[in-house]
Design a protein around this ligand. Structure first.
Ligand code: PLP
Length: 239
């Protein structure tokens, strides 16, 4: 039986090869795509295998799970928060994470801005968009973000990187393409309306990251293709 560390290292390199292929097909530079290894539910020892294989950027969705893992692993790693942001955890969260992907309301952005000011930080954020208009998913509605982005962009402590989405579940990867294209289009509209660069698009997971890269993703969030299947379903509302 192969050593589990070989499996994680092999999975990582396969995912990177697939990202490079998607870049080639769409005429993009692979350096413009960051691979976030989504390590929620995965123990620190398995993350260490990824670190030994040269990976340094991880995504977590629950603070109470991430805190002890981050403490066990090298301080040189970078962490992105990809789950639902709970206000009572923001003060602990901000110093640990390089970026917060799930900012889904003006009120939350204002709150993050206030805490960041108190802590002397300038966090990077992604605005989450409910691109499929689904009842069960969080995020800004497209019209809402067009209206409110100006107020968010004016918050002095937040560095707004761009947009993030979790598209409606599809049968095949191609089903996600129109949603990814829609997120990119919305980003383009926001850049024009507010005359501000919003360079980043956080989109694409294990089932559809190549399509996301072809449609302009700068951050793909890939979990099970690297670490193997998790015990529960992913719907973006699991925190
Ligand atoms: C769990 C999760 C992922 C990774 O999902 P996989 O299908 O395992 O790649 C990506 N983004 C978010 C927001 C998640 O919660």
């Amino acid at each position: 039986m192969p050593d589990p560390s070989d499996i994680i290292a092999a999975n990582l390199s396969r995912v990177k090869v697939r990202i490079a292929g998607a870049c080639r097909r769409s005429g993009r530079d692979p350096a413009g795509v960051e691979l976030i290894a989504v390590s929620k539910t995965i123990p620190a020892d398995a993350l260490r295998e990824a670190v030994e294989a040269g990976h340094a950027l991880f995504g977590e969705s629950r603070l109470q799970e991430a805190e002890p893992k981050i403490a066990l692993l090298p301080g040189s790693l970078r962490w992105h928060f990809i789950g639902r942001v709970q206000r009572n955890k923001v003060r602990r969260m901000l110093p640990m994470f390089e970026a917060i992907h799930g900012v889904d309301s003006l009120r939350l952005a204002e709150y993050l801005n206030g805490v960041a000011a108190e802590l002397g930080l300038f966090p990077k954020i992604f605005l989450q968009v409910n691109i499929g208009g689904e009842q069960t998913k969080g995020g800004f509605e497209p019209e809402e973000i067009m209206r409110e982005a100006g107020e968010i962009l004016a918050l002095p402590r937040l560095e707004v990187m761009g947009l993030m989405c979790i598209p409606p579940a599809g049968r095949v990867a191609e089903d996600a393409r129109p949603w990814f294209a829609a997120l990119r289009g919305l980003r383009d509209d926001l850049e024009k309306k507010y005359s501000t660069p919003l360079p980043s698009l956080s989109m694409g997971m294990s089932g559809d990251f190549e399509v996301a890269v072809e449609e302009g993703a700068t951050h793909v969030r890939v979990g099970s293709s690297i670490f193997g299947a998790r015990a529960y379903r992913v719907d973006g509302e699991l925190g």
